[in-house]
Design a binder for this molecule. Structure first.
Ligand code: FDP
Length: 337
């Protein structure tokens, strides 16, 4: 078989210093890994089992849902039913949180909420492009009032673990529990996630920027000037290549490995999305935690994403994320306009 690396479960058992007790982390990440395997397999078969296209429904933010969005959400809802450490699940696809029947205070130790974007980059489903799942794990502190989710709106620095699954040519699981970033690749021959890189560090600067430049006319002047700078070709510090996949997870993953910046700025104008498009709790904050744990940065253009407090579970936030050099550059341009 030729495997010398640890599989996910062995790696989790060997963990010592994490922000979440090892037993709880093992149970929750085990469920996420299982969801990742199921979603990867469904993505591979969707075109031959009628699983592509729109479902006819819209989500809470008024976006048309793909059949695969709904299917992936259902996978999470079902898989966490028997996962005792998790008492609440918040998803991009559901208007209201799902609280499982067990109560949050029945355990001797902490209970958690999982916040998830089950299928990120869903415009890629029908064209066999890369997609992802993003997850964030937070401790529940209002344990006697599980319907009140105020305790989950605090800054992203309160996350105890976060990460994503990337569905590309390979399926990979990347997570942090506050002690560095570890990466696993799914090996279909043994149906396990196998450790690929431990304590990964993001390059301090990189050659790429990722943004939907088709929207440039709608952005704030700071973001427009940032792109002018990145493409001005005056010297090697202003000569970047653009890569944009249409999936935040895939573009962030490139930054993590090769360095660079992904951004989704706020828009100006009466009908503009002043906070951009990405959701704070289940997109920006979790990938922000991964970025910081890998030595990178995540900003809303003005300051650290992990310090932003949400008003509502579905809040959006502008995001500039990736290598420290390029994120600092983005903040400088944003400060000017
Ligand atoms: P999608 O709506 O297709 O799920 O999460 C939002 C997101 O994808 C990101 O993954 C992606 O980077 C971005 O939106 C794409 O939006 P644009 O089409 O506006 O570029």
């Amino acid at each position: 078989m030729g495997h010398q690396s640890l599989i996910l479960l062995e790696h989790l058992h060997a963990q010592k210093k994490t922000a979440m007790p090892a037993d709880d982390l093992t149970l929750v990440l085990g469920r996420i890994a299982l969801a990742g395997k199921l979603i990867a397999s469904q993505l591979a078969r969707a075109s031959i089992v009628g699983g592509l296209g729109y479902s006819g429904d819209t989500n809470v933010q008024g976006e048309e849902q793909k059949k695969l969005d709904e299917w992936s959400n259902e996978v999470f809802v079902r898989l966490f039913e028997p996962c005792e450490p998790v008492c609440s699940l918040i998803s991009e696809e559901m208007e209201a949180p799902k609280h499982y029947e067990r109560s949050c205070h029945s355990r001797d130790h902490a209970s958690y909420a999982i916040l998830v974007d089950p299928l990120d980059g869903s415009s890629n489903t029908d064209v066999n492009g890369s997609l992802g799942t993003i997850f964030s794990i937070r401790k529940r502190t209002l344990r006697h009032r599980r319907d009140d989710v105020k305790d989950l709106l605090g800054p992203g620095s309160q996350q105890v673990a976060a990460g994503y699954v990337l569905y590309g040519p390979a399926t990979q699981l990347i997570y942090t529990a506050g002690a560095g970033v570890d990466m696993f690749t799914f090996d279909p021959q043994i149906s396990e996630f196998v450790l690929w890189k431990e304590n990964l560090k993001m390059p301090a600067r990189g050659p790429y920027y990722s943004v939907n430049q088709g929207n440039i006319a709608k952005w704030n002047p700071g973001a427009q000037n940032l792109v002018r700078h990145l493409t001005s070709r005056k010297n090697k510090n202003t000569s970047y290549s653009m890569r944009y996949s249409g999936a935040f997870v895939a573009d962030f993953h490139r930054c993590l490995i090769d360095g660079g910046i992904y951004f989704y700025p706020g828009e100006i104008g009466a009908d503009g999305k002043s906070k951009g498009k990405l959701r704070l709790l289940y997109e920006c904050a979790p990938l922000g935690m991964v970025a910081e744990q890998a030595g990178g940065r995540a900003s809303n253009g003005k300051g650290r994403i992990l310090e932003v407090v949400a008003k509502d579970i579905h809040d959006r936030e502008p995001v500039y994320i990736g290598s420290a050099t390029e994120v600092a550059m983005a903040e400088e341009f944003r400060a000017e306009g």
